[in-house]
Design a protein around this ligand. Sequence first.
Ligand SMILES: [Zn+2]
Length: 297
Amino acid sequence: MMGLVDIHLEWLGVSTFRLTLGSTVVLLDAYMDRVPSAPAVGLSSGEVERADYILVGHSHFDHLYGAATIAGNTGATIVGSYESLRLMSDAGVAESQLMAASGGEPIRLSEEIRVRVFPSLHSCIWASSERAADEACVGDLGVAHQERLGRLAARPGLGTLSEEIRAHVAKTGPRPRGDGGALAYLIETPDGSILWKDTSGHWSSLLHRLRPDAALLAAAGRGNVDGEPVQGSLSDFIANEVRLLEPRRVLLCHHDNWMPPFTREIDIGPIRARLTADAGPAELIEVAYLDPYPVLK
Ligand SMILES: [Zn+2]
């Protein structure tokens, strides 16, 4: 089969990418309209002129917000969890543009491109975590879901951090139920495959030997391994993901300073060192916002 003429991706901050696959444009998450004090990504959801599909990893606003605007302007179909699509339906997106998935669906994006949806896991936001990628964090094992929910409920809301964040969070609309159920996506093209995950969690058995050409992996928070918090550092978590997947190249996301002071940029130097030391031959690629990268070349 002939390859596609032009394949490139552009990082738009957090876990959002714009993936151009020949004549097909696919957004991976949709969040690019950030608080003014975050570094600008150079594109707003209202400026996206073309999109055929928007794949959504989970329902939190730093992934889903922007999808309704883009779908409205471009006619794109939104693929996401039933919870993500409930929110999009409430936001006024036409039912004909909503395609719910829970993992197991092979979705045709064009004659030549398919995406396979996998069940995935969100990072353990209820557990303790370290800010630096090479700082180990252990414990929090076997905590019942009720206690996890209790810990989350006991935290001060994001809106208490700053007036800017309070206004931003209010603008992003109603809150989802939890994360809505995280999904991972394997995009298969004649030129190779791309695995994308927008939060640091996974079912090990599902990633094992998928061997995508490129893996786009979220690097933030306390990793979730098969439902329990990783016993180690973020670098350990990413290195384990890479060992499972065996990709040719790796791009990291979600490590940027997307909502200060709630976030700050995570130095990925320790992750690079760790991958070089013991996660096989995968090449770690770093891209700037909106910098086109030929991901399957
Ligand atoms: Zn999230």
